[in-house]
Design a protein around this ligand. Sequence first.
Ligand code: FAD
Length: 457
Amino acid sequence: MNIGVILNRVFRTQNNSLFEYISQQQNDIDQCYLIIPQEIFEEEGTEMKHNYYYGVLEKFLKELKKHDIEPFLIEYRELGDFCKEKQIEEVVVAGDIMSYHQESYDIRHLKQAFKKYDISVVTLRANHYFKPSTTMNKQGTPYKVFTSFYKAHRSSLRQHSAYDYKFKDIAKLCVKSQQTLNKDYSNDGLSEEQALNQWHDFLENDIQNYDSNREYLPEVLTSQLSIVLAYGLIDIKQIITELLESYEEDESNIEKFIRELMFREFYYVLMTQYPNTAHEAFNEKYRNIKWSYNKDDFKCWYEGKTGFPIIDAAMAELNKTGYMHNRMRMVVSQFLTKDLFIDWTWGEDYFRKKLIDFDSASNVHGWQWSASTGTDAVPYFRMFSPTRQSERFDKDALYIKKFIPELKDMTAKWLHEPLKHQSQLEKEGLKLGEDYPKPIVDHKSAREYVMSTFKSI
Ligand SMILES: Cc1cc2nc3c(=O)[nH]c(=O)nc-3n(C[C@H](O)[C@H](O)[C@H](O)COP(=O)(O)OP(=O)(O)OC[C@H]3O[C@@H](n4cnc5c(N)ncnc54)[C@H](O)[C@@H]3O)c2cc1C
């Protein structure tokens, strides 16, 4: 039998269930076509993501080459024709990837595409810990409150032994493509080895202060595993195993960290069961909210020109680095959906274009959390004040100054609410409305509008 193995964002050589599958089935395989379906980033503003993706891919290809393996690089839309031409009867694919740049690459669409060609599809676990069907509550439906999900499934986490396969067995079966990428991406992305080093360094050092570091904005002191997981550079089972092995060294911080990884699983399960929530409110009650679609306000938000330094700094972080701190993701998403009352799907889509760690389940549910439309979301009356968030989490304005150079010489305490300190800022050489924008919205009035609108539903 000829099989096609689709390496869809499982860009790792170690602990890869797709390679294990080939090894286990080797006696039944005549020819194996390893296929990397290339993602296309056509929309404006996605250049950084494009380069990052191809940088990771280039490093993975290099690693495979060391094992004498050269996968085929095919566009998603050509997959069916390619497999038909090579007389492939079965394709094997990771069924649990949520980080595709386009929704049309996801497993539901892939299965449809292969059905048309009468090619059977085997799906494997590769990027999440749980199989959604094993996580349901007594009624057979998904848990909708995180703490219940966590309590029910935390005890299922256990240590796993490493996968066992030999690349020389796999290489013997694989047809070589002799294809390479047509551009040099060596300065972009992350390799599997770098990802492992970065993760082990975090596990040995920064995890010990995870609880406090998580809210520290001027530097990224969290794991950045979100990027690693978005490209499948390390298996989540390996991560959980290593966390449990180190558990006794610092139970409190390690448990907090595991809890966050469980959030990722929780949102993943919900997205697989309610894929419609990628585009509509999880809470049906809020499906008809009359959101604003003001393009000028939206532009100020994504360009970081709202006149709220903490918001503008966070958007500058995203636009410059393709990453944003979790705290700031919560703050800017609340600002867009509450202060500006703009439809959360606009913000969600902007994050998709920019975040190098984009994951549709975490992103959609993160946005719906902030918009108060999601399951287990923030209640609408707990609306964040950008000024208060700035004072609390960036007291010395180090984060603001890092990302907004025109504010770097100003006294920190004026920067949490510039309009109130206009004269002081002017004395220091900064004219609001000229050197830095005036706020585009009055938080107090926006708050009243949010309260009355949600209350009336
Ligand atoms: C509006 C909004 C959008 C978001 N979009 C994404 C996204 O597209 N991709 C993404 O991976 N995460 C997203 N998150 C979740 C979270 O912000 C990131 O996972 C986290 O900031 C990544 O940094 P880290 O890996 O250093 O996190 P760490 O603090 O080191 O956490 C470790 C891991 O736990 C998981 N995790 C942590 N916080 C969350 C969370 N709130 N929800 C789900 N999983 C979590 C991630 O896998 C993360 O890598 C979003 C959150 C919000 C509020």
